[in-house]
Write a protein that binds this ligand. Sequence first.
Ligand SMILES: *Cc1c(COP(=O)(O)O)cnc(C)c1O
Length: 684
Amino acid sequence: MTTRDQLETLSRNLWWAWQPDVLDIFEQLNPDVFRQSGNNPTLALRHAEPLALASKALQRRVQEAYDRFQGYLATPGTHADTARTAYFCMEYGLHESLNLYSGGLGILAGDHVKAASDLGIDFAAIGLMLRDGYFQQRFNADGWQQEEYAELNPHDHPLELVRDRKGDVLRVTVHLGQTPIQLQAWRCLVGKSRLYLLDADLDENPQEHRSLTRKLYQGDRRIRLQQEIVLGIGGLRLLRAMSTAPEVYHMNEGHCAFLSLELLREQIAAGRTVEQAEAWVRQHCVFTTHTPVMAGHDRFEPELLIEQLSELREGLGLTEAELLAYGRVNPDDVQEWFTMTVLGLKLSRTANGVSQLNGEVARDQWAALYARPEAKQYAPIGAITNGVHLPTWTAPDAVAFARKHLGPWYHRAESEYWKKMEHVPDGDIWALRNALRRRLIRFAEQHAAQQSLQMPFALDDDALTICFARRFATYKRATLFFHDLDRVAKLFNTPERPLQMIFAGKAHPADDGGKRFIQQIVQLSQHEALRGKIVVLENYNMEVGRFLTSGADVWLNNPRRPMEASGTSGMKTNDHGGLNLSILDGWWPEGYDGVNGWSIGSDASATMAPDPVKQDDEDAAFLYDTLETSVLPEFYTRDAATNLPTAWIRRMRRAMGELPAAFSAERMVADYAEAMYGPDWDAE
Ligand SMILES: *Cc1c(COP(=O)(O)O)cnc(C)c1O
């Protein structure tokens, strides 16, 4: 096999997305093309410099990577006996070059697919071929977000059309009302997992439906409903057309829950009664809910749902009221809209929130549903706390550090592995922190230099660096840090304790409130007292996320509790020795132990504070106090003999020792496999 053939094989599987050294090989093939394409291996290979390919050193690296890849595919994994699983989700964050995600839900799903591959689960994921994906963000001179959509060309990515045995492109049909829509699907290999992306952009389809699968989260409810028909119903029909036979169907968030109705239709068509069919569907489906706000759950007006699902309803042989009942808390309420989460809960075997707190919030949210006489059939809501796929998110310096001090990297998801942090010398821990912070600052400098909005840049390699990056949804309170500008100005202008911040994040295109938050931070970064010490990076994506979460000394998270379902960005700091400074929301009440970071406030209850204005005042005051009395002094108090910040390193050692394994996607998917996917539950 030639080097080029080996590279071709490597490029066709997203395994590279969590192999920094393999990505580095692709970069060497043509550094300019690689970087300009957003780190795309397929394009770097297509435009490989002959001289690079001819290098003996590179050929040896390719051979080594190729062997490792084949070895990975041949390794069965620890959970190979898990039931065959189909996983449905609206978005997938697998790599920055494949823009099929908007935020946390997608990143989580991407990490889930990768960890399922590592564990050796027979795993097929279903999503949409989002050719326009989510927008690229720029700021205009006023700091106002501009959205640009860059079209994804499937041929520039490891995507292949799914074909039937004869070699023809496989098609499945769904109906939007009475209009048939044809779908094709693109297959993307992700290690041992497969991801299938449904695509409505076909000549045969009516013009107005061709763009159905192009964009994430469009405002129009009819389009949203149609996308969900494609995902849930089209997704199952695709699995059937490919003759795959999953034993368990995992619905990740309500968008895909029509899947359960299509399964029901199949069972009824096979001659079962409605009761038998429901029991069968419940045995094979599991449901994950993320949304802590009632208004955030997808719901549709009855008329629209009945109109759009008419074909399915005929197949089910149900009356309109019977169909609507699956999505209603109270089936007798003819006004009640159809809620996708309710459908998921009614037709699953088990359900979960994504942190312990989020599970509690979900049980409160749906208390009325579970108070109903028929509720004993509904899925009990438990919790499986999210985790992050460590190989995807861990910076190369941190991997090298772990290899040197803790042992082979493939043990990374074991808590024993990280416990060895106890014996790592202070000086080595601090050296890692400095290296990662400096790497971030170099990245931020280059990134900021290429932005359309130029901003003063005076970040210091050795200054305490706080990062904040997330979707600018208003509940995340991105501007809370600037609540009291006088106190903030003092924090930033104490010469012996320099402080600096890096921000990034996108607001939903329709969310002017979120855009105003970004604009305020951009404007504050020009403020006399803060100039150059606050940098806002454009276009938060997985690459920006990797640099920020690995480089941050402190990761700031200040949502309005309990609206952060889990949050995963803070988990990405754990094996880099970054310290979380966070509201006790999402995963943090489970992670925080008093030493391994800081809380903002001491309340970790599932109820929302009655007075948000007062809550902002209190949280901001608590945040400033913590910064003044603990964060800044500990960072800058150096031991007289060693010149090391001993108290800070103690916190880092604790965070790195306790948190990475517990909040890894490997742990998370193992929990799903053991608690939700079977294999040992009764299949008939
Ligand atoms: C990790 C990550 C997220 C999700 O993080 P939250 O803590 O839920 O905000 C979103 N976007 C990107 C680019 C990420 O890397």
